[in-house]
Ligand binder design. Structure first.
Ligand code: ADP
Length: 654
């Protein structure tokens, strides 16, 4: 049975640069590919955005146009609804009605109404009239009520003044004060009676700020009455006052105040929208005593509040950002858009959102605002995504391919370096090793030739020495040749069943007579009934001979060398023990490496080349076995070759 042994090289030395080369070879194209892919992906994204932008621009322009119409429409609608168009003079009496009509449309958050000459007519305060009470009884009653706390006495005076003829204002104030005193003294019934009649009796009496006193009295009674239910009549009357806009009704500031109080006292009694509109209009007028009236949407002093005048300039529409956005969004919703996109309106100063595809001006009615089209559906971006996926896959494949090529390249380079190193080492070692036996032989031959006569005894001795050197030389060359064949994977082993005892006998014979000379004791111990092993006899003899040579070489007289053979499970163990120099644990770990020598000085002495044990190891591994060493410095060494038995080898090869 012939088997060829091939092995991968185990390079020595620092072969780091192939790794660095590998890194460079992989990194450079990888960085290039990644850069290319990122640029390509970015461009693809831009291109797909551009394609979409072009496709959707017309939709956006359409929305822009509709939006312009819508906002002009809103202004016109409110102008028409409030019935002010064309009227030259707008009287205050209709301003309140126009306010509530405009706000009730829900198109705007609030409005400010203007008169024909451009003055604000709602919300505004009516002209103040001066009210003074010179009457000493009034002052006395106030003193009694607030300073002395004599409520019954104060009430009596107020009651008297309330029936005072000719002065309606004094009567109204006195009656209000009387009601207050009655509530404070706990006489709710009497107080409510007067309060209920107050509205009819003083229906038009106002205080010096133009406030309707009756509304204040009704509110006061609702607040002070211990039982709020008993004021239901007053509540109804007051709420009715709040709901009716028009001539002789509540001025804006009083309406806002009473509305707020009523909203607090009786939940859900007041229309929140109207209340909010009143508040917004009041805040606006306070901040803009003379507001500009442009027919396009303008920002105002109030944050988040926008203003736009009707074409006739008689109404200033007030809108929060939310309302502008909602109204505009409804236009976008009414426009038929392709699937996956939505249009939103963006106030001035707002930054563009990341998913914005395209944006244009919102139109002439909304200066500074933008119409922005955003992608909502992943489907739209699918084509771009598809392209990007292709790029990513291409880059992954390129990087993968480059890596694989680089790995193969590095392995090949390493192998080349390894072979080159090996060649150098071998050439050096061979020439060094051959030199010693050749020069010894030449010396012996020269000595013999120089002598005038050949003395038989001396000639025999010299010839024996020459024969010894010759044997050494042959063995060396045999080792080199085996090593070279093993390295190239060309060594052929002829496997057959071999008797362990026969192997030992051949190896010991080949080792020579020096093992039986004085100063050397060779013992051979072989267990009985050892099984045959499946192996190449010549190869195994060479391995054992190398071990015996080393045992001799690395020990000195008196040498004690033993060869043991025993069975261990499915293997036969061949051990060669000597009493020589031994070695450290670190050296023992590296001993089977090529060209490794524990003591470099031996090389100089021509004592070895560091190949013997590596050959032993290769031969044993080719047999499916293993070689090991156990040694301690100055305490000898034991080398063991563990070879599977013939039966176990056959079983495993089946
Ligand atoms: P060589 O003996 O030709 O130098 P080897 O491969 O046979 O090469 O041995 C490698 C090294 O192992 C030797 O240089 C020696 O230092 C060490 N060595 C081998 N055998 C023994 C042994 N029996 N005792 C001590 N050292 C040994």
């Amino acid at each position: 049975m012939a088997r060829q042994f091939s092995k991968s090289g185990t390079g020595q030395g620092n072969d780091l640069w192939p790794v660095l080369l590998l890194l460079v070879v992989v990194m450079v194209p990888t960085i290039g590919v990644l850069w290319f892919v990122s640029v390509a992906m970015h461009n693809e994204q831009l291109a797909s955005q551009q394609r979409l932008s072009d496709a959707y621009r017309t939709h956006l322009l359409h929305v822009q146009e509709t939006l312009d119409e819508r906002w002009k429409g809103i202004a016109n609608e409110l102008q028409t609804l409030t019935g002010a168009a064309g009227e030259v003079a707008i009287v205050k009496s209709t301003a309140q009605q126009r306010f509530v009509t405009a706000v009730s449309t829900n198109l705007v958050d609030s409005v400010v109404c203007f008169g024909g000459s451009g003055e604000i007519v709602y919300p505004t305060l009516p002209d103040a009239i001066s009210v003074e009470f010179e009457d000493a009884r009034w002052r006395e009653a106030v003193r009694l009520e607030y300073e002395l706390g004599d409520l019954p006495a104060a009430q009596k005076i107020y009651q008297l003044l309330a029936s005072e003829p000719d002065d309606a204002l004094l009567q109204a104030f006195a009656s209000q004060a009387e009601i207050r005193c009655l509530f404070k003294t706990g006489d709710d019934q009497a107080a409510l009676k007067i309060a209920n009649e107050f509205g009819d009796r003083f229906s038009t009496v106002r205080d010096n700020h133009g406030r309707l006193i009756a509304a204040n009295v009704e509110l006061m009674a609702i607040e002070l009455a211990a039982d709020r239910d008993s004021t239901s009549g007053l509540q109804q009357r007051l709420l009715q006052r709040l709901g009716v806009y028009g001539e002789g009704r509540l001025p804006a500031s009083q309406r806002l105040f009473v509305m707020n109080r009523m909203a607090e006292l009786i939940p859900d009694s007041v229309d929140d929208r109207i209340l909010a509109a009143e508040e917004l209009a009041s805040r606006f007028v306070a901040a803009h005593p003379k507001p500009s009236r442009q027919a396009t949407l303008q920002s105002s002093q109030l944050s988040d509040v926008w203003q736009m005048a009707t074409p006739d300039g008689l109404l200033l529409l007030l809108l929060t950002t939310k309302t502008v956005t909602t109204q505009s969004a409804s236009v976008a919703k009414e426009t038929e858009l392709p699937e996956g996109v939505q249009i939103s309106i963006v106030p001035p100063g707002h930054t563009q959102s990341v998913d914005e595809l395209i944006s244009i001006r919102a139109g002439s009615q909304l200066p500074g605002w933008r119409l922005s089209m955003n992608l909502t559906d992943a489907q739209i971006t699918n084509s771009a995504l598809h392209q990007q996926t292709i790029y990513v896959w291409i880059s992954v494949l390129v990087i993968l391919f480059t890596s694989v090529v680089a790995v193969f390249l590095a392995i090949s380079i390493r192998r080349q370096i390894h072979v080159a190193n090996l060649k150098n080492d071998l050439v050096g070692t061979v020439s060094h090793e051959l030199k010693t036996p050749l020069s010894s032989m030449r010396l012996l031959v020269d000595t013999l030739l120089d002598s005038s006569q050949f003395e038989p005894q001396q000639t025999r001795e010299y010839l024996q020495l020459i024969a010894k050197e010759n044997t050494r030389l042959s063995r060396l060359i045999e080792n080199f040749l085996t090593f070279s064949r093993l390295e190239q994977g060309k060594h052929t082993f002829e496997f057959c069943a071999v008797e362990p005892a026969a192997l030992i006998a051949r190896a010991v014979e080949a080792a020579g007579e020096r093992f039986y000379e004085t100063g050397c004791a060779l013992t051979i111990e072989s267990a009985e009934n050892l099984p045959a092993i499946l192996g190449d006899e010549d190869g195994l003899v060479m391995a054992l001979l190398n071990l015996l040579d080393n045992a001799y070489k690395y020990s000195s007289a008196p040498r004690e060398i033993s060869v043991q053979t025993k069975r261990d499970a499915d293997t036969v163990c061949f051990s060669v023990t000597d009493n020589g120099v031994g070695m450290t644990r670190v050296a023992a770990k590296r001993i089977f490496q090529k060209f490794y020598q524990v003591d470099q000085s031996l090389v100089r002495e021509g004592q070895g080349c560091g190949l013997g044990l590596s050959i032993v190891n290769d031969i044993v591994r080719a047999h499916g076995g293993e070689a090991s060493v156990s040694s301690r410095p100055e305490n000898g060494s034991t080398f063991t070759l563990r070879i599977p038995t013939a039966t176990s080898s056959e079983a495993s090869s089946k």
